[in-house]
Design a protein around this ligand. Sequence first.
Ligand SMILES: [Zn+2]
Length: 335
Amino acid sequence: MRTLICLIATILFFAATSLHVFGKEILKDEDIYERRMELYKKAEAVSLIPWYYFAAIDQYERNVRLVRRDLPEAQGVLGIYIKPEIWAGPLNRNQNDTNPLTISQFGGFGIDGNGDGVADRNNDEDVIFAMARYLQTYGTDHKHLKIALWDYYQRSKTVDLILGKIKIYKKYGTLQLDDHVFPLPLYANYSYKNTWGDARGWGGRRIHEGTDIFAHYGVPVRSTCYGIVELKGWNKYGGWRVGIRDINNTYHYFAHLNGFTSNLRQGQIVEPGTIIGSVGSSGYGPPGTAGKFPPHLHYGMYKDNGYTEWSFDPYPHLKMWERAEKMKKKQGGRN
Ligand SMILES: [Zn+2]
């Protein structure tokens, strides 16, 4: 009986603390963040490049990996993926080379970061130190690091996403920025249902890419995440709208606003609950057009995978955030 209780307790414990498996080791989320931070700080110590540059690159790549089938799963706590031919050197016949000397002779990216004599592209320390060395060849100031990022990724969107994360990590000084809230205050009168993929909507796209949350004019609209304001302005269909990019490469789109919060600007860092504007019915016409449909917030979510961006259904996320916030309130947390 006692064994059974122990077993149940163990199972509950493991179910309650979200776990990740790395090889034989099982780590909790907090431990993973801690380990990552240790690696970033080590890289900072040897390169004099601030840790948040490494954090931003790593976080960008991790999220690309999560949505791409052509990239293998990460084996350590880092998400940075370096192709075999880059690691070993393009002309190196041994694409799985782990010898630091031959890798260096072939101009490969790989180095032995942890001093075990092997340059292993699946080893976190080797990878982070290789990245540090690469960046360092450009310099340690922001301007030169931007050039390094551009040369490495050759895609301006990717560089922009990483630069956004750098700003966010720098501001908050932590990796734990996964909190979310519902876009409208829970005290407000609102209603929404799953309209994903409906033939028509007020989102102005061929299929309805988002969820419409109906509420009265002027109800505050809040950022759902930690992120950076990527877009603020007018478009014919969306009316007054805001786009926020979070640290998971996800773009949160808020349309048909009545107006913006007065000090809101592009490039601004926001957090869950930051008020960005209010519910309205703008759109479907030239700037200033409003009232062609009942007031509501159109909420959309888009993901970047390193090549392109696509929309996915925000409804399950909205439900989840709403539920989590209600729970928090019940427990007497912040509201
Ligand atoms: Zn809509």
